[in-house]
Design a binder for this molecule. Sequence first.
Ligand SMILES: Cc1ncc(COP(=O)(O)O)c(C=O)c1O
Length: 464
Amino acid sequence: MGQQNQGSSILFEPFKIKSVEKLHLSTPKQRRLWIEEAGYNVFSLTSEQVVIDLLTDSGTAAMSDEQWSEMIKADESYAGSRNFLELEKTAREITGMEFILPVHQGRAAEHLLFSTILKEGDIVPSNSHFDTTLANIEDCGAQGINLPTEEGTSPFLKHPFKGNMDVDKLKDLLEQKGERIPAVMMTITNNTGGGQPVSMKNLEAVSSLARQYGKPLIIDACRFAENSYFIKKREEGYKDYTPAEIARKIFSLCDIVTFSGKKDALSNIGGLLCLRDRELVDKLKTKLIVTEGFPTYGGMAGYSLAAMNQGLKEVLDEGYLKYRLRTIEWMVERLEAAQVPVLVPAGGHAIYIEASKFFPHIPRENFPGITLTTELYIRGGIRGCELGTVAFGKRDKDGNHIFPPLDLVRLAVPRRVYTEAHMGYVVECIKEIYSERGRCNGFEFDVEYPIMRHFRSTFKPITA
Ligand SMILES: Cc1ncc(COP(=O)(O)O)c(C=O)c1O
């Protein structure tokens, strides 16, 4: 088998299991009761009520023996912790950036940066902002604008880099509203757009445009290692590069990096803000002390700095990245073969199902996505996340729904946690629900929260 598995019918996990956590098994009858009590919102379930938790890939990774041993040895000094210095060195090597500020998670980096560089009326264009990124931009009275390509918004069209930004649209925006744009942003991989990668060519084009207009380029690098491996696999000219070399080239194209260590640092908490501009760093450090902590810990324990440092060293391993991306591809292949409307090609960290195509008989105002998250939970104890009408929809001034382009349900795969058998079980459950989809009727709001509706709103089933 050698290096394992690209394109093979089995999934080969490149690790062996040293410590195990019991799965909390339950019956559909129990789960029917629990989800009703939770107001049909899977965020309100306790983790013990869930069998396979695919709510997020964020902060849910299984850590390696090396990470745990580094954590035990960690230095908890308030100032000048050895673990910060090691993390700083690793992050400098990966990004090529001189200044590394630790923060407790990705959104803290966003908040720190945007509250410093944005003012009311500003615009920040992106391939697609993640929801916390957008919320942090809007919190400053500014506006986030998504400029995905046409392929990126066509869920069933196969294109290797559906995370790309539409460069022509960016150029138009810079021409027309340049004075209101303090920075351009790229999210790699593009989570909101389906975990889809951005090509080096697109990053180069966006970077050169941003430089031409004198704007810094910010990369939201949560899944930089996954994106780097996609470039190796899918983009001409990169097959002989290592993921680390590709990552370094990506970061050479930007000025600022926001990073959540909860994804591609294989850690349960942590984040970074990496920069080149000394003057900006000075301003940020003052704010960092006020909001997160001293600049050598930034809201993290020494052992969290240690876990992140070791995770960053492990994540660029090719064997790991092959297995990681193949997991999602393996699931997508099986769902596609069963004609389930799954977003293609496979993204890096999750499978995305188009719920309004899965349940074409359920009107969008009756939330096909909530219908699917409920069915997945009752049938299989599987927790996924609605990222469609509830999460991204709005109301107009008359209270009518404004629907987002897609009605997605995301099943995000935690790193190194589940095996092929677990993923096969998830695929089988989805196929079973799909074959019986006609018996589902949809939902309506019980309690609707005005923003970030998917976290706390509750629902009532529609009875036929
Ligand atoms: C693309 C992207 N950016 C930013 C964040 C925010 O990171 P955190 O959850 O660590 O605050 C996330 C989290 O899921 C993300 O996926």
